[in-house]
Design a protein around this ligand. Structure first.
Ligand code: SAM
Length: 362
């Protein structure tokens, strides 16, 4: 199971998953298509990166002029500080550079910057990147990287899975724009869900067919049919982009059938056979499939978290989640005669998966 790879990554403390160039390109192009000036005059920071060979650094440096960037800053985390201990070898690029330092290469992070043409070829691109060692190890929580965060307009990276919430909080406390890769499971975390509900953050354009492929120095530990020997990549089904940058997909309303038509024509036999079930404990109906949301139902509907990938704020309002109900934030949604648990929605006594509660916008 591809999803279990996230759990595996956590338990093995492996944060070393590297994003593919085409995934970064596809995502960033979606923002640019929506607004060609999204990155104009902006300073972009790529923390938690490995700039010598990161595809984030490569993409943004190579497209510096097309994106009309003001400055690109990219930082790495010291090999000695990484939780995954692998046999680290500095690259030839570094060892042949006069500033190469045997000790610093292990205990310090690096910083790469790009803001002008250093090679004299008349354009600003990857060949103009300048680098030096950081004073510290490149920990995003350090004062050194915080300063870079404060200088930046937009922060873009695939942060360590194990630190996603801390990383997002670190961005929000500085009120910066961002594009991040994270696990879909993060949607159910209170702090993350609040941002989604308040429309301060949404899901990005997305990985091709919902599959994210990453390279990892220990890729072949992931052998459950998801490690591709030919490409050396590991597949995650459960990753998505979280962002505060606008893009076109989230303004496209879903095409939906009416309540009556779903009962007749839904491709889900559960809907055709049983119709829509009311929760035992909530004043809402259970809609187990995003594509079965009835277009003309006025009340509140419980939908799977994967709904957010199709969510358009013009089409739907997010009312809350199971956790909100449990926390007493939506008392009006609890059925007055209910005296059982309110940890989740229940249908005919059966506990339903985590749900987002939504309602059509009029
Ligand atoms: C999921 S990888 C992504 C790397 C790169 N951004 C990419 O997408 O190809 C996350 C990286 O963050 C680094 N990292 C882990 N903890 C960190 C911390 N506290 N501060 C900065 N970087 C950290 C890891 O060593 C790893 O290289």
């Amino acid at each position: 199971m591809a999803n279990s790879n996230l759990a595996k990554a956590k338990s093995a403390k492996n944060d070393e998953f590297y994003t593919q160039y085409q995934d970064i390109e596809k995502e960033i192009m979606a923002y640019l298509e929506f607004n060609p000036n999204t990155f104009e005059g902006k300073t972009v920071l790529l923390p938690c990166d490995d700039p010598e060979w990161s595809n984030f650094t490569k993409f943004f440096a190579q497209n510096f002029e097309r994106l009309k960037l003001k400055k690109l800053i990219s930082t790495s985390y010291a090999p000695d500080s990484k939780s995954l201990k692998i046999n680290y070898q500095p690259t030839l690029f570094e060892t042949t550079n006069p500033q190469f330092d045997e000790k610093k290469t292990i205990v310090n992070g690096k910083i790469f910057t790009l803001d002008h043409d250093t090679s004299g070829d008349g354009k600003i691109d990857v060949s103009d990147l300048e680098w030096t060692y950081l004073k510290g190890d490149g920990d995003f929580k350090s004062e050194e990287i915080k300063k870079l965060r404060d200088e930046a307009d937009i922060i873009i990276t695939n942060p360590p899975f194990s630190l996603f919430r801390d990383f997002l909080a670190w961005i929000m406390e500085a009120n910066k724009q961002f594009v991040l890769i994270g696990s879909m499971n993060a949607i159910t975390y209170k702090d993350v869900f609040t941002l989604l509900k308040e429309d301060k953050m949404w899901l990005g354009n997305g990985f091709k067919s919902g599959n994210a492929f990453f390279s990892s120095p220990i890729s072949n530990d992931y052998a459950d049919g998801v490690f591709d020997k030919e490409t050396g990549l590991v597949k995650f089904r459960n990753c998505c982009w979280f962002t505060s940058l606008d893009h076109g997909k989230r303004h496209q309303p879903m095409a939906l059938m009416s309540y009556a038509d779903n009962l007749k024509f839904s491709k889900h036999k559960e809907i055709k056979e049983n119709g829509y079930q009311e929760y035992d404990n909530y004043n809402a109906i259970e809609v187990s499939f995003t594509d079965a949301i009835p277009s003309d139902y006025d009340g509140i509907m419980g939908v799977p978290i994967s709904f957010l990938d199709k969510y358009s704020p013009e089409q739907f309002e997010i009312v809350g989640s199971d956790t909100d109900i449990k926390d007493g934030k939506l008392p009006e949604l609890i059925k007055p005669n209910w005296n059982g648990k309110i940890d989740r929605g229940y249908v005919k006594g059966k506990r339903i998966y985590s749900r987002i509660l939504i309602r059509h916008k009029k």
